[in-house]
Design a protein around this ligand. Structure first.
Ligand SMILES: Nc1ncnc2c1ncn2[C@@H]1O[C@H](COP(=O)(O)OP(=O)(O)O)[C@@H](O)[C@H]1O
Ligand SMILES: CC(C)(COP(=O)(O)O)[C@@H](O)C(=O)NCCC(=O)O
Ligand SMILES: [K+]
Length: 241
């Protein structure tokens, strides 16, 4: 058994899976305030052959997770120059978010053709992966919720309540919601244009906020339930302790 942990800026996602067969035994997600509840996983953490995680939420969160799991050692993924068939062309490879690195590794294992890897969470990242496995570069934009909140925070007249998606929004709430969703979908479709003519080009979409704009995307699309955890499992399988 292996315990996988994806610590993002909004939530901690975890998955317990059979290391050899890849069968998922249990999984869940917790907001940061509830990290201590990971303590209920202590027996599994103790009996797991390994705990592998990615963390972009800061060292304090990593420490709280380790404490909740009873001080068990956690292998935190660090982005490198290459792993599992993915080459990292970031100017400073270590600067790349560990979750993006894991997602790229997971994406490569799912689809070994040109792809756009989208993680819609607190932030939305839109990363280009070439057919040969090169991470060519990517976008970071505020996630849907953060975009909406920033309008409420930065203006006098815009509320934070959320409206509905409309192609031609005719009230403030719908205009805000639709604007933020169109911005996400537009960014993804524009990045996809760079690979659109390549064989089997695909957009892989994951993350807690993906539901909001998935149906707006007019490109070949595959939804994946937590690509980061999948990538962590792929990494762990090819990097034994
Ligand atoms: N039940 C939920 N709890 C928290 N966030 C949710 C929930 N359902 C959807 N979301 C959306 O998902 C986002 C968090 O997605 P997630 O992939 O966990 O992000 P991160 O990796 O940044 O922590 C939130 O910003 C919110 O827009
Ligand atoms: C871009 C991110 C904030 C996304 O975080 P998330 O929305 O998954 O919580 C995270 O991957 C990060 O902090 N990255 C480091 C900078 C970079 O990737 O260039
Ligand atoms: K993200």
């Amino acid at each position: 058994m292996i315990l996988l942990i994806d610590a993002g800026n909004s939530r901690i996602k975890w998955r317990l899976q059979c290391a050899s067969k890849g069968r998922v035994e249990a999984e869940g997600a917790l907001v940061h305030d509830d990290i201590d509840r990971l303590a209920s996983l202590r027996p599994q953490a103790l009996s797991a052959a390994r705990i592998v995680g990615s963390n972009v939420a800061g060292t304090a969160v990593a420490e709280r997770i380790a404490r909740a799991l009873g001080g068990e050692h956690i292998d935190w993924l660090r982005p490198g120059q290459q792993a599992c068939g993915v080459r990292n062309l970031y100017e400073h490879p270590l600067q790349l978010g560990a979750d993006r690195w894991a997602a790229l590794i997971g994406a490569r294992a799912v689809h070994a053709y040109a792809s756009v890897v989208v993680m819609a969470g607190t932030a939305t990242t839109v990363d280009l992966l070439s057919a040969s496995g090169d991470f060519l570069g990517g976008l970071i934009l505020p996630g849907v919720e953060l975009m909406q909140q920033s309008l409420a925070r930065g203006t006098a007249q815009l509320p934070s309540a959320s409206g509905k998606f409309r192609l031609q929004p005719r009230c403030t709430l719908d205009a805000i919601r639709s604007g933020c969703l169109q911005a996400q979908a537009g960014a993804v479709e524009r990045m996809f244009r760079q690979i659109a003519t390549q064989p089997d080009a695909l957009c892989l979409l994951s993350g807690g906020a993906a539901d909001g704009f998935a149906e707006l995307l007019d490109i070949p699309l595959q939804r994946i339930d937590n690509l980061v955890l999948h990538g962590l499992a792929v990494f762990a399988a090819s990097h034994p302790q």
